[in-house]
Write a new protein. Sequence first.
Length: 148
Amino acid sequence: MRGVEENPISKSTVVRTIQRFEETGSVKDREKPGRPKSATNDEKTLSVLQSFVEDPHYCIPRVSQEHEIGVGSVHKILKLNKWHPYKIRLVQELSEDDFDRRVEFCEIMMQMINDDPLLLNNIIFSDEATFELNATGGAITITTLNIF
């Protein structure tokens, strides 16, 4: 009983616990005063989670409006239930000879950089989400897609 020796239970703690048991029949802490947590109660939690089960593409602000609770409460419900967005990344398919072409490109670029150390100052690197599919101009614009 090492913990009791270091931190003995005070007499007032024992008296309050006995009083609480006599009044309520339990030693559990009394309910805290204040506004009840109505936005994240079991009923709301189930209905919010059900919305995402029925349509995983639902956005949080829309669920918030439909269930008449705050966006923060929807985030809290999802977090407490360990639900996280799954973000899809669309990438281009690689063919068999792409590996050799990539190595060849790297070798050419290394040689060009060795010849002109300022070459990289003339190249713009971008993370644009629009790319051309073919020469006739078909384009795809990628936006964030979250699935819960």
